[in-house]
Design a protein around this ligand. Structure first.
Ligand code: NAD
Length: 490
């Protein structure tokens, strides 16, 4: 690029051992709402990962020997600093990812702040177990210690939110980290690095290496001195990570995709259910692993539901993400938009399904500056078969399928009839039924009469192809520490 060209672009750097370090090559990063290249992201590989792992290893003895309270104070300070810059972080996240400024302001960045505060507090409250064997004259207890250098790999849909959900527990427990955010959304991680020194974080505790999964991600996964990998992303990538890390017997936490059902019984309160299900289908452009994409509606209320649901979905405004009145922004990339439209919406139509609103049905009017952005409307598909790819594969876009069912037993079987098992939603006013159905669903999370209400204390994660392991106060603590059983004879 010419000097003038490169000056106009935002150029990111890796953060290694407390210092920003330029890279020898870069990747273009696009603004999804305009289609313009606006940022250059380091294209790191083995060499950069090696330097970051070394910095993290060097920082480990000091960081791991700090008291939980000392670490807690630094995490709280970092939370305050991010909160102080909340608006700048929200603007950056919206520009980088395509999500609405409203979502970034109210969900992404507040949650990133909360992740640090939550683990700053929770680390102070863990106790270990102790048992006695009087007949043997023995007492046993367990002790937990940080593991070492943690490799953290995160996706593009909730960039800072998901990255900090890993960084916070890892460092709270006394590990040091090498984090690799998605190459498509690296800006807010880089911005966070600028605050670390002021928060009092010793150099080398948090290192951020930017680059692609194939180069930087895989170098981290294959590094012999990174004993644990916490990964959030697609099931396909998780399979590759499992394979690549197998020779080193690494500890893995895998938070993967979903094909989440919403089951709506005929006694559901539709005035609550319909707006919530529109939100659960289309929030963040449908780019949340927990988004609903299969809606099973009991036959008696099917046509009424469909009519009201489509009317509500049509109210959602798609457009410039920086306009605070907009409900849906741009999808992450041109390729992703094409995949959602071609592999799912068009394919469903070819199979005989009906697109009731959205893509290809309604006009999409965009402001002049957004004509080249990666936009599509909230799309509702009906009369689609359970075997169809739209009902089996994770779409990860603003597309949801609505189908009818008759009995409880039938819907449980159909809801479980996919390879995934992340999150399910059940709508009914029959308390016995909601418990019964929740127990039978193959799903790591089940919400009844609500969606995305989270208590970070509790386990989060998926069954089947949706993941291995759980994250949460206790679960993350267990993942990021190594337990030892010690026996003393007195
Ligand atoms: P992805 O798997 O393509 O990438 C995720 C991360 O892994 C990125 O940082 C990427 O660079 C890296 N990566 C890619 N190949 C790699 C390799 N060979 N070795 C090491 N790292 C590699 O996923 P994505 O497209 O960024 O994110 C979307 C997916 O994430 C969806 O499937 C979604 O459901 C899932 N997700 C799951 C959760 C959850 O908590 N369960 C949350 C959000 C997103």
């Amino acid at each position: 690029p010419t000097m003038a060209h490169s000056r106009a672009l935002l150029v990111l750097e890796n953060f290694i051992g407390g210092k920003f370090v330029p890279c020898s090559s870069y990747i273009d990063s696009y603004n999804p709402s305009t289609g313009d290249v606006y940022c250059r992201v380091p294209d790191s590989g083995k060499e950069e990962v090696e330097a970051a792992v070394k910095a993290a290893k060097d920082a480990f003895p000091i960081w791991s020997s700090k008291s939980p309270l000392e670490r807690s104070q630094i995490l709280n300070k970092l939370a305050d600093l991010i909160e102080h810059d909340l608006e700048a972080f929200a603007q950056a996240e919206s520009k980088d990812q395509g999500k609405t400024i409203t979502f970034a302001r109210t969900v992404d960045i507040p949650r990133a702040v909360h992740n640090f505060r939550f683990f700053a507090s929770s680390i102070l409250h863990h106790v270990t177990e102790c048992t006695e064997m009087p007949a043997m004259g023995c007492v046993h207890y367990t002790s937990r210690a940080p593991v070492g250098v943690a490799g953290l790999i995160s996706p593009w849909n909730l960039p800072l939110y998901l990255l900090t959900w890993k960084i916070a527990p890892a460092i709270a427990c006394g590990n040091t980290v090498v984090a690799k955010p998605s190459e498509m959304t690296s800006v807010t991680a880089w911005m966070m690095c600028k605050l670390l020194e002021k928060a009092g974080m010793p150099p080398g505790v948090v290192n951020v290496v930017l680059g692609t999964g194939a180069k930087a991600g895989e170098a981290l996964v294959c590094h012999p001195e990174v004993p644990l990998i916490s990964f959030t992303g697609s099931t396909l990538t998780a399979q590759r990570i499992t394979e690549k890390s197998a020779p080193h017997c690494k500890r893995l936490s895998l938070e993967l995709g979903g094909k989440n059902p919403s089951i709506i019984f005929d006694d559901a309160d539709l005035s609550q259910c319909i707006p919530t299900t529109v939100r659960s289908s289309f929030a963040n452009q449908g780019e949340i692993c927990l988004c609903t994409s299969r809606i099973f509606v009991q036959r008696g209320i099917y046509s009424e539901f469909l009519k009201r649901f489509v009317a509500e979905a049509k109210k959602w405004k798609t457009g410039n993400p920086s306009d605070p009145t907009i409900d849906m922004g741009a999808l992450i990339s041109k390729e992703h938009l094409e995949k959602v439209v071609r592999n799912y919406v068009k394919k469903a139509q070819a199979e005989g399904a009906r697109v009731l609103c959205g893509e290809g049905v309604d006009p999409l009017a965009l402001p002049p500056g957004n004509q080249k952005g990666y936009f599509m409307l909230p799309t509702v598909i009906a009369e689609v078969k359970d075997e169809s790819c739209c009902m089996q594969e994770e779409i990860f876009g603003p597309v949801t399928c609505v189908v009818a069912f008759d009995t409880e037993e039938e819907v449980i079987k159909r809801a479980n009839g996919v390879k995934y098992g992340l999150a399910a939603t059940v709508w009914s006013s029959n308390v016995g039924r909601v418990h019964r159905v929740a127990h039978k669903l193959q799903s790591g999370l089940v919400w009844t009469n609500c969606w995305l209400v989270r208590d970070l204390n509790l386990p989060f994660g998926g069954m089947k192809a949706s993941g291995v392991g759980r994250e949460g106060a206790k679960d993350s603590y267990e993942f990021f520490t190594e337990v030892k059983t010690i026996t003393i004879k007195h």
